[in-house]
Design a protein around this ligand. Structure first.
Ligand SMILES: [Zn+2]
Length: 128
């Protein structure tokens, strides 16, 4: 779920041609929980905007945005991480191991991954 009261554009066709269109060409885009997308941004189809990510106004997002990632520009570039509160994160206070769910079928086992832990000036710790 994301909240935006200003216009955001989502595309749905990776190879847009006016003379060839069909439902089978539609590519989905995923915006995860807590993500914020700035006004007048365009999200190209097939992209995943991670949890609590922040997309700056007027950006054109052509690549996946990691969880808590901050991107902006045209094309949008990764600039760092943000907190739940939206402030930029800069102070790493540790490393935690996190188990992420496997993606593919039959890959039920989780993948162990190290995550940096940032401390925000609001007091919250964020694992990215
Ligand atoms: Zn914060």
């Amino acid at each position: 779920m994301f909240w935006s009261v200003l216009p955001v554009t989502f595309t749905n066709d990776l190879y847009p041609r006016a003379f060839s269109w069909g439902e089978e060409k539609v590519v989905s885009t995923v915006v995860k929980k807590g993500a914020s997308i700035g006004a007048n941004s365009t999200i190209v189809c097939g992209v995943v905007v991670g949890e609590y990510a922040l997309v700056g106004a007027g950006s054109v997002v052509t690549k996946d945005v990691p969880r808590f990632g901050l991107v902006y520009g045209n094309p949008a570039e990764f600039k760092g991480f943000v907190c739940y509160c939206g402030r930029r994160l800069s102070k790493v206070v540790g490393i935690r191991e996190a188990v992420e769910k496997g993606k593919g079928e039959g890959e039920e086992k989780g993948v162990c991954k190290e995550r940096e832990v940032y401390k925000c000036e609001c007091g919250q710790e964020v694992e990215v």
